[in-house]
Design a protein around this ligand. Structure first.
Ligand code: SAM
Ligand code: SF4
Length: 330
């Protein structure tokens, strides 16, 4: 029986898996998807059982945190059949999920009961018409109701993820901060990444960096640097005098690559070793062939050898990656 830890050639220990449970979504956010999307044929998507089997192997090899994402994880049929056994998996310290919130009202309590500890809800606007524009099809009200239900359900932390685009929703930075402060929840501002080509607007011109965002927030609120470290590309601050944490996620910066502790699994079973590079390993063929869990573990160990040292992103270049965010799980 193979029982090794996942450590790459640069000595980084991988203990965090982000799993895209589906590439499908009920929204078409302008920065994430094209208006017309072709999704993968169903048979190419891993079944929930296949996803669970891989997760078990990852946890056996030292993965302590799994984030379920997508696409929209909560539109995957029978998703609780994955969440419940993961929540009960010994060795897994943190099961968390990122959602657009459209079905959160329905799932908040069952997820909490199954052991999901924290959730991130993506929300870029508190104005119904603008929310509909950004998501192309989404409705704001059910998301707000879902967030309230999640607060009632008692998650350890709830965090809003917002992408601010100049000229589109940069007037909502302060209203979003007031909203999370009022509810006693957290917020992270994510810098947009050049993945896929959505052609909805010029990315470089509309880009708002974390530095720009902080400047706007600090005109009204005091931000106190926090000691919290996610091992990832985020910097956290406490909003003075409140429970709220404010994060800034700068995926463009590769300063954090040296401490990168994560890998991603796409919905079709491709293991991505780095968000900004195409280095990947096909795990689906193992799952669907006559391979044992030890074979899977050996493949995961070998995959560590091709985890790249760092990534490069450049907003002024055409996207180097043709994948959309829903393929990689953000
Ligand atoms: N559908 C879920 C949601 O929206 O929360 C989960 C998947 S979504 C791909 C995960 C996160 O990626 C969301 O917070 C979204 O805002 C973010 N995202 C999507 N496209 C992005 C991009 N081009 N750059 C940076 N973040 C992006
Ligand atoms: Fe769907 Fe999330 Fe992408 Fe929006 S960001 S289109 S909600 S996967």
């Amino acid at each position: 029986m193979v029982n090794n830890q996942l450590i790459d050639q640069f000595g980084r220990r991988v203990n965090y898996l982000r799993l895209s449970v589906t590439d499908r979504c009920d929204y078409r956010c302008v920065y994430c998807m094209a208006e017309e999307m072709t999704f993968l044929p169903r048979e190419q998507i891993l079944t929930l059982e296949e996803q669970l089997r891989l997760c078990r192997n990852f946890v056996d090899m030292g993965v302590q945190k799994i984030r379920l994402t997508g696409g929209e994880p909560l539109i995957r049929r029978n998703i609780m059949a994955l969440i419940e056994p993961l929540g009960a998996l010994e060795g897994l310290r943190e099961l968390v999920l990122t959602t657009n919130g459209s079905r959160l009202k329905q799932y908040a309590r069952p997820m909490r009961a199954a052991g999901v500890r924290r959730i991130n809800v993506s929300l870029d606007s508190l104005k119904a018409d603008r929310f509909a524009q950004i998501t192309r099809v989404g409705k704001l009200e059910p998301v707000l109701q879902g967030i309230e239900e999640a607060i009632e359900a008692g998650f350890e932390r709830i965090k809003i993820n917002a992408i601010i685009i100049k000229g589109r929703n940069d007037d909502e930075i302060i209203p979003l901060i007031r909203y999370v402060k009022e509810l006693g929840i957290d917020i992270s501002f994510i810098e947009e990444m050049p993945l896929g080509t959505t052609l909805a607007y010029d990315r470089a011109e509309n880009f708002m960096s974390s530095v720009d965002l902080r400047e706007v927030i600090e005109r009204e609120f005091q931000l106190i640097p926090s000691t919290k470290d996610s091992g990832g590309p985020a910097k956290y601050f406490d909003l003075a005098g409140t429970q709220t944490q404010v994060g800034f996620i700068s995926p463009h910066s590769n300063n954090f690559c040296s401490t990168c502790n994560r890998v991603r699994l796409t919905s079709e079973g491709r293991l991505l070793l780095c968000l900004g590079n195409e280095h990947s390993v096909d795990l689906r063929s193992l799952l669907r062939g006559d391979f044992s869990d030890d074979d899977i573990k050996n493949t995961l160990l070998e995959a560590m050898n091709i985890k790249p040292e760092r990534h490069e992103f450049d907003l002024n270049e055409a996207p180097q990656l043709v994948r959309f965010m829903n393929m990689t799980g953000g």
